[in-house]
Design a protein around this ligand. Sequence first.
Ligand SMILES: C[S@@+](CC[C@H](N)C(=O)[O-])C[C@H]1O[C@@H](n2cnc3c(N)ncnc32)[C@H](O)[C@@H]1O
Length: 281
Amino acid sequence: MGRRGKTRKKRKKKDRKRGRSAAAADRHELYELAVQEPLADCELLDQAWKDIRGRLPKSIREDFCGTAIMSIEWVKYRPGNTAVGIDLDEEVLAIGEQRIRKRLAPADRKRIKLLHEDVLKAKTPKVDSVLALNFSHFIFKTRRKLKQYYKRAYDALKDDGLFMLDAYGGSDAFVEDDEDREIDGFTYVWDTNLYNPITGDVIQHIHFRFPDGSALNEAFTYEWRLWTLPELQEVLKEAGFKDVVVYWEGTDEDGEGNGEWASTRRGEACEGWFAYLFAAK
Ligand SMILES: C[S@@+](CC[C@H](N)C(=O)[O-])C[C@H]1O[C@@H](n2cnc3c(N)ncnc32)[C@H](O)[C@@H]1O
Protein backbone atom coordinates (compact mmCIF):
# COMPACT_ATOMS: atom_id res chain seq x y z
CA MET A 1 0.00 0.00 0.00
CA GLY A 2 2.76 2.42 0.79
CA ARG A 3 2.79 5.16 3.32
CA ARG A 4 -0.41 7.20 3.50
CA GLY A 5 -2.22 4.39 1.72
CA LYS A 6 -5.41 5.23 3.55
CA THR A 7 -5.09 8.95 3.99
CA ARG A 8 -5.44 11.40 1.17
CA LYS A 9 -3.97 14.85 1.31
CA LYS A 10 -5.48 17.79 -0.54
CA ARG A 11 -3.05 19.31 -3.04
CA LYS A 12 -2.79 22.80 -4.37
CA LYS A 13 -4.94 23.54 -7.41
CA LYS A 14 -2.00 24.44 -9.60
CA ASP A 15 -0.36 21.08 -8.86
CA ARG A 16 -3.50 19.19 -9.78
CA LYS A 17 -3.61 20.78 -13.21
CA ARG A 18 0.07 20.33 -13.94
CA GLY A 19 0.94 17.27 -16.05
CA ARG A 20 4.46 16.10 -15.31
CA SER A 21 6.92 14.02 -17.34
CA ALA A 22 9.79 11.73 -16.42
CA ALA A 23 12.45 13.91 -18.07
CA ALA A 24 11.61 16.93 -15.92
CA ALA A 25 10.81 15.04 -12.73
CA ASP A 26 12.71 15.22 -9.46
CA ARG A 27 12.24 11.83 -7.79
CA HIS A 28 12.71 13.29 -4.31
CA GLU A 29 9.99 15.90 -4.91
CA LEU A 30 7.60 13.20 -6.16
CA TYR A 31 8.44 11.02 -3.16
CA GLU A 32 7.67 13.90 -0.85
CA LEU A 33 4.32 14.57 -2.56
CA ALA A 34 3.37 10.89 -2.61
CA VAL A 35 4.38 9.55 0.76
CA GLN A 36 5.32 12.25 3.23
CA GLU A 37 3.04 14.30 5.48
CA PRO A 38 5.45 15.95 7.89
CA LEU A 39 2.91 18.38 9.36
CA ALA A 40 0.58 15.51 10.26
CA ASP A 41 3.56 13.68 11.80
CA CYS A 42 4.41 16.76 13.93
CA GLU A 43 0.79 16.93 15.10
CA LEU A 44 0.72 13.24 15.96
CA LEU A 45 4.00 13.51 17.85
CA ASP A 46 2.48 16.30 19.95
CA GLN A 47 -0.70 14.27 20.47
CA ALA A 48 1.23 11.22 21.68
CA TRP A 49 3.35 13.37 24.03
CA LYS A 50 0.23 14.95 25.50
CA ASP A 51 -1.44 11.51 25.87
CA ILE A 52 1.57 9.72 27.34
CA ARG A 53 3.63 12.39 29.13
CA GLY A 54 1.30 15.35 29.54
CA ARG A 55 3.79 17.79 28.02
CA LEU A 56 5.00 18.83 24.57
CA PRO A 57 8.36 17.74 23.10
CA LYS A 58 11.06 20.10 21.83
CA SER A 59 14.01 18.10 20.55
CA ILE A 60 13.92 15.32 17.95
CA ARG A 61 16.44 13.10 16.23
CA GLU A 62 15.20 11.96 12.83
CA ASP A 63 16.94 8.68 12.01
CA PHE A 64 17.13 7.63 8.32
CA CYS A 65 16.23 11.27 7.62
CA GLY A 66 16.75 11.21 3.84
CA THR A 67 16.10 14.75 2.65
CA ALA A 68 15.19 15.73 6.24
CA ILE A 69 11.65 16.85 5.48
CA MET A 70 10.40 15.95 8.95
CA SER A 71 13.29 17.73 10.70
CA ILE A 72 12.65 20.88 8.65
CA GLU A 73 8.92 20.78 9.43
CA TRP A 74 9.63 20.23 13.13
CA VAL A 75 11.86 23.31 13.31
CA LYS A 76 9.17 25.39 11.54
CA TYR A 77 6.41 23.89 13.67
CA ARG A 78 7.26 25.60 16.97
CA PRO A 79 9.81 28.22 18.02
CA GLY A 80 12.53 26.56 20.07
CA ASN A 81 12.10 23.12 18.48
CA THR A 82 15.37 21.46 17.48
CA ALA A 83 16.16 18.60 15.10
CA VAL A 84 19.12 16.40 14.26
CA GLY A 85 18.81 14.30 11.10
CA ILE A 86 20.96 11.23 10.45
CA ASP A 87 21.44 9.42 7.16
CA LEU A 88 24.12 7.28 5.52
CA ASP A 89 23.58 8.69 2.04
CA GLU A 90 25.51 11.86 1.24
CA GLU A 91 23.45 12.57 -1.88
CA VAL A 92 20.15 12.81 0.01
CA LEU A 93 21.76 14.81 2.81
CA ALA A 94 22.99 17.35 0.23
CA ILE A 95 19.42 17.71 -1.02
CA GLY A 96 18.33 18.07 2.60
CA GLU A 97 20.80 20.93 3.08
CA GLN A 98 19.39 22.66 -0.03
CA ARG A 99 15.88 22.29 1.38
CA ILE A 100 16.96 23.73 4.70
CA ARG A 101 18.28 26.82 2.91
CA LYS A 102 15.13 27.11 0.82
CA ARG A 103 12.52 26.43 3.49
CA LEU A 104 13.97 27.82 6.73
CA ALA A 105 14.81 31.40 7.63
CA PRO A 106 18.53 31.90 8.43
CA ALA A 107 17.83 32.30 12.17
CA ASP A 108 15.90 29.01 12.27
CA ARG A 109 18.65 27.05 10.50
CA LYS A 110 20.63 27.07 13.74
CA ARG A 111 18.07 24.69 15.22
CA ILE A 112 18.68 21.89 12.69
CA LYS A 113 21.72 19.76 11.99
CA LEU A 114 22.22 16.91 9.53
CA LEU A 115 24.77 14.18 10.23
CA HIS A 116 26.30 11.78 7.73
CA GLU A 117 26.37 8.75 10.01
CA ASP A 118 25.17 5.21 10.58
CA VAL A 119 22.26 5.11 13.06
CA LEU A 120 23.90 2.08 14.66
CA LYS A 121 26.98 4.16 15.53
CA ALA A 122 25.93 7.81 15.83
CA LYS A 123 26.31 9.50 19.21
CA THR A 124 24.12 12.55 19.68
CA PRO A 125 22.93 14.72 22.59
CA LYS A 126 19.85 13.24 24.28
CA VAL A 127 16.50 14.23 22.78
CA ASP A 128 12.81 14.06 23.64
CA SER A 129 12.01 11.87 20.63
CA VAL A 130 13.89 9.70 18.18
CA LEU A 131 11.93 9.12 14.96
CA ALA A 132 12.27 6.22 12.49
CA LEU A 133 9.68 6.85 9.79
CA ASN A 134 8.68 5.38 6.48
CA PHE A 135 9.46 1.89 7.74
CA SER A 136 13.19 2.57 7.66
CA HIS A 137 13.82 0.32 10.67
CA PHE A 138 12.59 -2.65 8.58
CA ILE A 139 16.07 -2.57 7.01
CA PHE A 140 17.29 -4.57 10.00
CA LYS A 141 16.27 -8.10 9.10
CA THR A 142 17.15 -10.04 12.24
CA ARG A 143 15.82 -9.59 15.77
CA ARG A 144 19.43 -9.17 16.95
CA LYS A 145 20.11 -6.26 14.56
CA LEU A 146 16.70 -4.66 15.12
CA LYS A 147 17.22 -4.82 18.89
CA GLN A 148 20.70 -3.36 18.49
CA TYR A 149 19.20 -0.38 16.67
CA TYR A 150 16.33 0.03 19.16
CA LYS A 151 18.89 0.07 22.01
CA ARG A 152 20.76 2.88 20.24
CA ALA A 153 17.49 4.83 19.98
CA TYR A 154 16.80 4.14 23.66
CA ASP A 155 20.22 5.49 24.67
CA ALA A 156 19.69 8.63 22.56
CA LEU A 157 16.52 9.55 24.49
CA LYS A 158 16.09 11.65 27.61
CA ASP A 159 14.75 9.82 30.69
CA ASP A 160 11.10 10.41 29.71
CA GLY A 161 11.73 10.17 25.95
CA LEU A 162 9.43 8.61 23.35
CA PHE A 163 10.60 6.68 20.28
CA MET A 164 8.25 7.18 17.29
CA LEU A 165 8.17 4.53 14.55
CA ASP A 166 5.78 3.46 11.83
CA ALA A 167 4.81 0.15 10.25
CA TYR A 168 2.55 -1.18 7.52
CA GLY A 169 0.78 -4.46 6.88
CA GLY A 170 -2.53 -6.08 5.97
CA SER A 171 -3.26 -8.97 3.62
CA ASP A 172 -2.12 -7.04 0.50
CA ALA A 173 1.33 -6.54 1.99
CA PHE A 174 2.01 -10.28 1.60
CA VAL A 175 1.05 -10.38 -2.09
CA GLU A 176 3.47 -9.67 -4.95
CA ASP A 177 1.45 -7.00 -6.71
CA ASP A 178 1.36 -3.29 -7.59
CA GLU A 179 -0.82 -0.62 -6.05
CA ASP A 180 -1.38 2.64 -7.91
CA ARG A 181 -2.40 5.99 -6.53
CA GLU A 182 -3.13 9.10 -8.58
CA ILE A 183 -1.33 12.14 -7.24
CA ASP A 184 -1.25 15.59 -8.81
CA GLY A 185 0.09 15.20 -12.32
CA PHE A 186 1.56 11.72 -11.85
CA THR A 187 0.83 8.18 -10.66
CA TYR A 188 2.60 6.70 -7.68
CA VAL A 189 3.12 2.93 -7.85
CA TRP A 190 3.95 0.86 -4.76
CA ASP A 191 5.27 -2.40 -6.18
CA THR A 192 5.70 -5.39 -3.87
CA ASN A 193 8.17 -7.08 -6.19
CA LEU A 194 9.06 -9.93 -3.87
CA TYR A 195 7.75 -11.38 -0.65
CA ASN A 196 9.46 -14.48 0.72
CA PRO A 197 7.16 -16.15 3.24
CA ILE A 198 10.02 -18.20 4.68
CA THR A 199 12.24 -15.26 5.68
CA GLY A 200 9.80 -12.35 5.57
CA ASP A 201 12.16 -10.62 3.09
CA VAL A 202 10.51 -8.03 0.86
CA ILE A 203 11.65 -6.05 -2.15
CA GLN A 204 9.58 -2.89 -2.62
CA HIS A 205 9.93 -0.57 -5.59
CA ILE A 206 8.41 2.86 -6.02
CA HIS A 207 7.70 3.81 -9.65
CA PHE A 208 6.33 7.10 -10.93
CA ARG A 209 4.25 7.20 -14.14
CA PHE A 210 3.25 10.30 -16.04
CA PRO A 211 0.31 11.35 -18.26
CA ASP A 212 2.56 11.52 -21.37
CA GLY A 213 3.37 7.78 -21.02
CA SER A 214 6.86 8.33 -19.60
CA ALA A 215 7.92 6.72 -16.33
CA LEU A 216 10.58 6.70 -13.64
CA ASN A 217 10.75 2.99 -12.95
CA GLU A 218 12.35 1.83 -9.71
CA ALA A 219 12.82 5.42 -8.59
CA PHE A 220 13.31 3.97 -5.10
CA THR A 221 13.93 0.37 -4.03
CA TYR A 222 13.84 -1.00 -0.51
CA GLU A 223 14.99 -4.42 0.60
CA TRP A 224 13.79 -5.13 4.06
CA ARG A 225 11.87 -7.54 6.28
CA LEU A 226 8.14 -7.18 6.67
CA TRP A 227 7.94 -7.16 10.45
CA THR A 228 4.57 -7.50 12.20
CA LEU A 229 3.34 -5.23 14.98
CA PRO A 230 3.54 -7.92 17.70
CA GLU A 231 7.18 -8.62 16.76
CA LEU A 232 8.08 -4.93 16.81
CA GLN A 233 6.46 -4.40 20.21
CA GLU A 234 8.30 -7.42 21.63
CA VAL A 235 11.69 -6.32 20.34
CA LEU A 236 11.14 -2.75 21.62
CA LYS A 237 10.42 -4.14 25.09
CA GLU A 238 13.48 -6.42 24.88
CA ALA A 239 15.56 -3.34 24.02
CA GLY A 240 14.50 -1.77 27.32
CA PHE A 241 11.41 0.31 26.54
CA LYS A 242 8.92 0.20 29.44
CA ASP A 243 5.80 0.49 27.35
CA VAL A 244 4.81 0.51 23.69
CA VAL A 245 1.55 1.89 22.34
CA VAL A 246 0.14 1.58 18.84
CA TYR A 247 -1.77 4.44 17.22
CA TRP A 248 -4.33 3.30 14.66
CA GLU A 249 -6.12 5.51 12.14
CA GLY A 250 -9.88 6.04 12.29
CA THR A 251 -12.05 5.57 9.20
CA ASP A 252 -14.68 7.68 7.48
CA GLU A 253 -18.06 6.44 6.24
CA ASP A 254 -16.40 4.96 3.09
CA GLY A 255 -13.92 3.00 5.15
CA GLU A 256 -11.04 5.31 4.14
CA GLY A 257 -8.54 6.67 6.67
CA ASN A 258 -9.78 9.92 8.23
CA GLY A 259 -6.41 11.21 9.46
CA GLU A 260 -7.41 10.85 13.12
CA TRP A 261 -5.21 8.65 15.22
CA ALA A 262 -5.81 7.04 18.59
CA SER A 263 -3.96 4.65 20.83
CA THR A 264 -5.68 1.27 20.85
CA ARG A 265 -5.13 -2.45 21.47
CA ARG A 266 -7.56 -3.48 18.70
CA GLY A 267 -6.69 -3.05 15.02
CA GLU A 268 -8.69 -3.99 11.95
CA ALA A 269 -7.66 -6.93 9.75
CA CYS A 270 -7.99 -4.89 6.54
CA GLU A 271 -6.15 -5.30 3.23
CA GLY A 272 -3.75 -2.46 3.86
CA TRP A 273 -3.03 -0.55 7.03
CA PHE A 274 -0.41 1.88 8.24
CA ALA A 275 0.23 2.47 11.96
CA TYR A 276 2.51 4.30 14.36
CA LEU A 277 4.22 2.98 17.46
CA PHE A 278 5.37 5.06 20.41
CA ALA A 279 7.84 3.38 22.75
CA ALA A 280 8.28 4.97 26.16
CA LYS A 281 11.67 4.92 27.90
C1 LIG B 1 12.90 4.68 3.44
S1 LIG B 1 14.11 5.99 3.36
C2 LIG B 1 13.36 7.06 4.51
C3 LIG B 1 13.51 8.52 4.18
C4 LIG B 1 12.74 9.46 5.12
N1 LIG B 1 13.08 9.24 6.52
C5 LIG B 1 11.26 9.35 5.00
O1 LIG B 1 10.56 9.39 5.99
O2 LIG B 1 10.73 9.24 3.92
C6 LIG B 1 15.46 5.23 4.20
C7 LIG B 1 16.70 6.10 4.41
O3 LIG B 1 17.54 5.43 5.37
C8 LIG B 1 18.90 5.63 5.06
N2 LIG B 1 19.66 4.57 5.77
C9 LIG B 1 19.66 3.24 5.55
N3 LIG B 1 20.43 2.60 6.46
C10 LIG B 1 20.92 3.55 7.31
C11 LIG B 1 21.74 3.52 8.46
N4 LIG B 1 22.24 2.36 8.94
N5 LIG B 1 22.05 4.69 9.08
C12 LIG B 1 21.55 5.87 8.60
N6 LIG B 1 20.74 5.95 7.51
C13 LIG B 1 20.43 4.81 6.87
C14 LIG B 1 18.94 5.57 3.55
O4 LIG B 1 20.07 6.24 3.05
C15 LIG B 1 17.60 6.28 3.19
O5 LIG B 1 17.81 7.66 2.98
